[in-house]
Write a protein that binds this ligand. Structure first.
Ligand code: RFL
Ligand code: PHB
Length: 403
């Protein structure tokens, strides 16, 4: 049995855990990161791809943005297609913000490399983590490291281990309120070796359901289709996927560039929030505390926002001994989380076809889409949410002591 000591144990090396570890290191605060999977698995997991400008800027200003600057694509707007019409929404013109297309696994690779180059502790393949003493002053995390049973004593534990992790499950049920919504459809996503059809993302609204054309590079497209929640991948051979994508995205004009499908998956659509995001000395961050449906691309950005808020609060605690920011962590994060939850639910409603929808609902939706393309005030509000500006307002308000 080995005993280690650190200031913060971080469970999970996804975006939340790695950004937190990175920011703490820059503040001179020691941490140990423990990850269930091996490095290759974590670096290959295909997921998000849209970074809000503030997420990209955080990576740049903290020294892990060099490859993002070379390979990421800055998008100043996107295209919206419905009823055969094509409209461009310029977030840059409407709210002065852009977004950046850069794969989540690339962000993860950059952060892992930075951590290992700094020779800071990051352990992969750790699968038997037990959290203890969370309500006392010296919580512990026990696990097997390099074959040796190890107990790590810390000041704080950060639960950054995603929706299925161990951290949230270590909190007694009576101490958490859980808010949950299951959407009545799923997304089938493919990664294809095909040049994107255009320079910007295309959101397609169609009688068959929603479709999205995103990308990862000039040669790789990322595409999504709304499907039934219990849909199986076997029911969707490549020909069917491309035919449906062409119908829903091109709507009778032109054709997508097709190519070999490199990866395919079906993702359930869920909203989930666990409150508060703190239990004693355990702080939850990212998907461990909340999930949004992927429509508005908020999950990764929320994970990074949590990591930033938590890192600042811990830095304040270590430099001044003041607990106030830590005590406000949950409230500050949750403000932004509910902003994102609301916008994601709304954007999901706007773009998807719901079971049981009839002509009335589809005309309501069409009226809203028209507002989005005809009213600058409405479009500006949409752009602020899409680009993440409204969450920054919410965070500032919470940080100022608002309720
Ligand atoms: P992650 O990425 O799930 O990382 C958690 C890490 O913890 C590890 N782990 C454990 N480690 C130790 N012990 C245990 N017991 C553990 N259990 C788990 C896991 O192996 C993993 O490495 O959570 P994090 O860091 O909170 O990051 C959240 C994001 O990954 C997630 O919100 C986004 O991917 C969501 N999302 C999107 N977000 C965006 O901001 N923009 C997008 O464009 C976007 N598109 C998407 C998405 C998610 C999708 N799927 C597949 C869910 C598109 C899709 C299809
Ligand atoms: C993605 O590229 O994975 C992506 C982009 C925009 C979204 C959702 C997902 O709204």
């Amino acid at each position: 049995m080995r005993l280690l000591r650190t200031r913060v144990v971080i469970v999970g090396a996804g975006p939340a855990g790695l950004v937190l570890a990175h920011l703490l290191r820059l503040e001179g605060i020691d941490s140990i990161v423990l990850e269930l999977r091996d490095r290759e698995y974590v670096e290959r997991r295909v997921r998000a791809g849209l970074l809000e400008q503030s997420t990209a800027d955080l990576l740049r200003t903290t020294g892990v943005g060099a490859r993002l600057d070379r390979e990421g694509q800055v998008h100043e707007g996107f295209e919206l297609r419905f009823g055969g019409e094509r409209h461009r929404i310029s977030t840059a013109e409407l709210c002065g913000r852009s977004v950046c297309v850069y794969g989540q696994q690339e962000v993860v690779k950059d952060l892992i490399r930075a951590r290992l180059e700094a020779e800071a502790p990051l352990h992969f393949g750790v699968d038997d983590i037990v959290l203890d003493g969370l309500t006392g002053d010296a919580p512990t995390v026990s696990c097997t490291l390099d074959g040796v049973r190890t107990t790590i004593r810390a000041d704080f534990v950060a639960g950054c281990d995603g929706f299925h992790g161990v951290a949230r499950r270590s909190v007694p049920r009576s101490e958490l309120s859980v808010f949950e919504k299951t959407y009545p459809f799923a997304w089938l996503g493919i990664l294809a070796a095909a040049p994107p059809a255009g320079e910007e993302l295309i959101y397609g609204v169609h009688d068959h359901g929603f479709a999205l054309h995103s990308m990862r590079s000039s040669q790789i497209s990322r595409l999504y289709l709304q499907v039934d929640p219990d849909e199986r991948l076997e029911a969707w051979p490549d020909d069917r996927v491309w035919a449906e994508l062409n119908d829903r995205l091109c709507q009778g004009r032109g054709k997508l560039n097709e190519g070999p499908v490199l990866e395919r998956s079906i993702t359930a659509m869920r909203g989930f929030v666990a409150e508060p995001m703190q239990y004693g000395r355990l702080f939850l961050a990212g998907d461990a505390a909340h999930i949004v449906p992927p429509t508005a691309a908020k999950g990764l950005n929320l994970a990074v926002a949590d990591a930033r808020i938590l890192a600042e609060a811990l830095a304040s605690w270590y430099t001044t001994g003041n607990r106030e920011s830590l005590d406000h962590y949950s409230r500050t994060s949750l403000r932004g989380v509910w902003q994102a939850q609301e916008f994601s639910a709304w954007m999901t409603w706007l773009l998807h076809r719901y079971p049981g929808d009839g002509p009335f609902e589809s005309r309501l939706r069409r009226a809203r889409l028209r507002q989005l393309v005809d009213s600058e005030a409405f479009a500006t509000s949409f752009a602020e949410h899409y680009a993440g500006v409204s969450r920054e307002f919410a965070r500032t308000a919470a940080g100022d002591g608002g309720r």
